[in-house]
Design a protein around this ligand. Structure first.
Ligand code: SF4
Ligand code: MG
Length: 317
């Protein structure tokens, strides 16, 4: 609810705070149990910060994060450990960077079980083997090291580790962005199978609209830390309302012979403004082809203009 995450900008000898980077600037959304919510936007739009704040790697500057009825916005680490650390897991873009090269898959995947004291110690090796099979790896790999595996296999290891604690919610931040297209499809199919088998809920963060379309039930579009549009995926892709969403979608190639709507490519002028000094009024007005005078002065309300279809734009007021 109205979640904000600002990072102070420090300057000078005394490291005085001279401003804020408004990475996330007032996001309100709900994620329903069992669904996949996609979050899309250009790099620098605040989607990773949003994910890390939801999982409480960061404390929000303002607003609330409610998880399963519990306000986790300002919980300390020991409280988080007792309540939600097990239930929310994250998968990152580059699993290699987060897999300790000196540890075997056994100890990498077992570590969270040890930390949270899940399963009897004697059972844990068996669980690790089970998890490896679950993500499509051979259980005989248990004594191998991360460098022995390909990018796609390493992402499977990352997923096995995320599943080790039987989470409810998994936040995937650009989880397939570094992989070849054919491997991307395999990992996404795996994630969809796991979702069915374990009743998982996903927040799927990506700059890639085609991938998000494939996996998501609903999609949120972020720009400069704010929500521009939110709708179920069919409505969003068939009938994008926000000029920013329209521009993003116009850049996605439509395969030859497909029934997809052919769109005129909309090229946005200018650069993404700095989140430390966002434009007044509608944050998108400096690049919006439809901007008028009011857009420079008045912040558009984020509101429902069609059933379950939300947009922040003066064109719909
Ligand atoms: Fe464009 Fe104005 Fe709508 Fe913002 S409010 S997206 S500037 S038309
Ligand atoms: Mg990011």
């Amino acid at each position: 609810q109205n979640m904000k995450k600002y990072f102070p900008i420090k300057a000078g000898l005394l490291q005085k705070t001279v401003g804020n980077v408004k990475a996330v600037d007032g996001i309100t959304l709900k994620v329903k149990k069992g669904e996949t919510l996609g979050i899309v936007g250009e790099s620098g739009c605040g989607k990773s910060t949003a994910g890390r704040t939801i999982i409480r790697l960061y404390e929000p500057t303002e607003g609330k994060i409610i998880f399963k009825g519990q306000d986790i916005s300002h919980m300390g680490e020991s409280e988080l450990r007792k309540s939600i650390r097990k239930d929310i897991q994250m998968i990152f873009q580059d699993p290699f960077a987060t897999l300790n090269p000196r540890k075997t898959l056994r100890s990498i995947i077992k570590e969270p079980m040890n930390t949270h004291n899940l399963y009897k110690p004697k059972e844990r090796d068996e669980k690790v083997k089970e998890l490896l099979e679950t993500v499509g790896l051979n259980s005989s790999f248990i004594n191998r090291y991360p460098h022995e595996f390909s990018g796609g296999q390493r992402q499977r290891i990352g997923i096995a580790r995320a599943l080790a604690l039987k989470p409810d919610l998994i936040i995937a931040d650009e989880a397939v962005s570094a992989l070849d297209v054919s491997i991307q499809a395999q990992i996404i199919n795996l994630m969809q199978d796991l979702q069915k088998d374990f009743g998982l809920t996903y927040i799927f963060i990506s700059h890639d609209l085609s991938v998000v379309r494939h996996i998501s039930d609903r999609v949120a579009v972020l720009y400069l830390g704010q929500m521009m549009e939110l709708a179920n995926k069919v409505d969003l892709y068939a009938n994008p309302l926000h000029p920013y969403t329209q521009a993003l979608l116009s850049a996605v190639p439509v395969p030859k012979g497909s029934k997809g709507v052919k769109r005129e490519r909309i090229v946005l002028k200018g650069e993404l403004p700095s989140p430390s000094n966002p434009p007044t009024g509608c944050v998108f007005h400096t690049r919006c082809p439809a901007a008028t005078e009011i857009c420079k002065q008045v912040v558009p309300q984020f509101k429902e203009v069609e059933k379950d279809h939300f947009v922040a734009c003066h064109l719909y007021e």
